[in-house]
Design a protein around this ligand. Structure first.
Ligand SMILES: Cc1ncc(COP(=O)(O)O)c(C=O)c1O
Length: 435
C-alpha cells in the first residue's frame, strides 16, 4: 500500500504497535465515535456492534440518560475517594443494588470497585472473613479476571495463565455443567462431591464462584436445576455462593441478573460490573448485611472504587434496566435472535449448538456434528469476515470456537437484521454451510 492509500486506522495501529505493550491483543477497529449499536471508525466505516466493548454497552453507546448524568456530575466534582469524603451517588448506586439484589431477604449492602477482577477478589475476601475459611471453589470454563487470584480462578490456560505462575493458593476447580459436551447437572454435582473427597475438605471452603452463563468460557448457561442444587450443597457445608454476574448481569439476559432465570436460588454474594457503569468503570459486590459486614471498617476499599462520575452513570443505568419495558425488549430481541440463529444452524452443519439465555447467545462451531471437534479457525475466519462486512463480532470459549452476541439492547430491528445477515454471510465466506 502506498503512503497516499494508507488508512487512518493503519496509521493509528502502527502507532499502537510502537507504544503499547504487545500483551494487550490488538483489534483491527480504530474507533472515532459510537452511538447505540453502531460504531464508526477513523476512516468513516460504520459497524454494527455485536461486541458492546465486551458486554459493557448493554444500554448502547452514548446512552442518553447515562451521558446526561455524567455531564452533570463532571460539573459538580470528580474524584474524592469514598474513604476521604462521602458523596451521594455512591450511596444511591448501593441503594439501587439493594433494591435489585437477588441475595435473599433482609438489608442488603454493597461495595463499589473498578474492575470485575477487583470485585471478585473482594467477594472472596468477604466470604473468607464471613466464614473464617480459606478455600475457594471455581469451575471448568469459568472466567473471573486477570489479577493473581482471579486468573488462578479462571480455567483457560492460554492466554490467561500461561507463564504467569505461581498461582494463588487455596483455589480448587470442579466440573461445571456443559450439556453439549456431556456434563449435565448430575455429573457436575457428583464432580464437586469428588472434589470434596479428593481436593479439599468442604468445611475449609469459604465460597463457590460461578457465572450463571459462563461468558469467556463459551456462553454456557447453567441448566435450570443446577444453581439450586449447588446452593443446597453449599448450605449443607456452610459454604457461600458467589454469583459472578460481571458479564451475564445488567439485563444482558433480559432480567437485571441472569440468576433470576433460575428457581429456588438466592446467592450469598452478587458480583456485578461491565454494563452497570454505562461505559464508565464501575463494579460492585452486593450481599446481605450479615455477610457484607463481616469485614471490619478499613478492610475494604481502594482509591478509585465508586468514582462519582461512574456512580452517576450507574444510577441512570440501573434505573433504565429495571424498567419492565427494557426487560420486555431484551426478551423480544433474545427470541428473535435465537429464532434466526437456530434457523441458520439447520442449514449449517458446522454449527454444533446455539445456546444462551435471552439475548446473550453463543454459537458453538465444530468441524462436524458427530465428532463435535471444536473449530477455532472457523470461528476466527467468521469474525474476520464479519469485520470486512461491517459487523463487530467476538469469539470465546475454552476452545476458542464459540461466536458470542453482546449486541447493545437498544439495537433497532433493522440493525439487528442487518447484523444477523452479515453473520450468516460471514459463515459462508469462511467456508461454513451445507456440505
Ligand atoms: C464473568 C466475569 N467475571 C469477571 C470478569 C473480569 O472483569 P474485568 O475485566 O472488569 O476485570 C469478567 C470479564 O470479562 C467476566 O466476564
Amino acid at each position: 500500500m502506498s503512503l497516499q492509500e494508507e488508512t487512518a486506522a493503519a496509521r493509528v495501529l502502527a502507532e499502537r504497535a510502537r507504544y503499547v505493550a504487545r500483551g494487550v491483543s490488538t483489534p483491527r477497529l480504530v474507533v472515532a465515535r459510537a452511538f447505540g449499536a453502531r460504531i464508526e471508525d477513523v476512516d468513516g466505516r460504520s459497524f454494527i456492534d455485536f461486541a458492546g466493548g465486551i458486554g459493557c454497552q448493554n444500554l448502547g453507546h452514548g446512552n442518553p440518560a447515562a451521558v446526561a448524568a455524567i455531564h452533570e456530575q463532571v460539573d459538580l466534582y470528580l474524584h474524592q475517594c469514598f474513604m476521604v469524603g462521602t458523596y451521594e451517588p455512591y450511596i444511591e448506586v448501593c441503594r439501587l443494588l439493594a433494591e435489585l439484589s437477588p441475595c435473599g431477604k433482609g438489608e442488603q449492602r454493597s461495595l463499589l470497585l473498578n474492575s470485575g477482577a477487583e470485585a471478585i477478589e473482594n467477594a472472596v475476601k468477604i466470604a473468607r472473613t464471613a466464614t473464617g475459611r480459606p478455600a475457594v471453589i471455581t469451575f471448568d470454563n469459568g472466567y473471573h479476571g486477570r489479577t493473581l487470584l482471579t486468573m488462578t480462578m479462571t480455567s483457560k490456560v492460554v492466554p490467561y495463565k500461561k507463564g504467569f505462575g505461581p498461582f494463588a493458593p487455596e483455589v480448587y476447580r470442579a466440573p461445571s455443567p456443559y450439556p453439549y459436551r456431556g456434563v449435565g447437572s448430575d455429573e457436575a454435582i457428583h464432580g464437586l462431591e469428588e472434589v470434596f473427597k479428593t481436593g479439599v475438605d468442604p468445611e475449609s471452603v469459604a465460597c463457590v464462584v460461578l457465572e450463571p452463563v459462563q461468558g469467556e468460557g463459551g456462553f454456557i448457561p447453567m441448566p435450570a436445576d443446577y444453581p439450586a442444587r449447588l446452593q443446597e450443597l453449599c448450605r449443607k457445608h456452610g459454604i457461600l455462593y458467589v454469583d459472578d454476574e460481571v458479564q451475564s448481569g445488567c439485563a444482558r439476559t433480559g432480567p437485571v441478573w441472569a440468576i433470576e432465570h433460575y428457581e429456588g436460588v438466592e446467592p450469598d454474594l452478587l458480583v456485578s460490573g461491565k454494563s452497570i457503569g454505562g461505559g464508565m468503570p464501575l463494579t460492585a459486590v452486593t450481599g446481605r448485611a450479615e455477610v457484607m459486614d463481616a469485614v471490619d471498617p478499613g478492610g475494604l476499599g481502594g482509591t478509585f472504587g465508586g468514582n462519582p462520575v461512574a456512580c452517576a452513570a450507574a444510577v441512570a443505568v440501573l434505573e433504565e434496566v429495571s424498567a419492565p419495558e427494557f426487560r420486555a425488549r431484551a426478551a423480544e430481541l433474545g427470541d428473535r435472535m435465537r429464532g434466526r440463529l437456530e434457523a441458520l444452524a439447520e442449514r449449517t452443519p458446522q454449527i454444533g449448538e446455539v445456546r444462551g439465555l435471552g439475548p446473550m447467545l453463543g454459537v458453538e462451531l465444530v468441524t462436524d456434528r458427530d465428532s463435535k471437534t471444536p473449530a477455532p479457525e472457523l470461528a476466527k475466519a467468521v469474525v474476520d469476515a464479519a469485520f470486512e462486512r461491517g459487523l463487530l463480532l467476538l469469539s470465546c470459549g475454552t476452545y476458542g470456537n464459540v461466536l458470542r452476541t453482546l449486541v447493545p439492547l437498544v439495537v433497532t430491528d433493522e440493525e439487528l437484521e442487518q447484523g444477523l445477515g452479515i453473520l450468516e454471510e460471514s459463515l459462508a465466506d469462511a467456508g461454513a454451510g451445507a456440505a
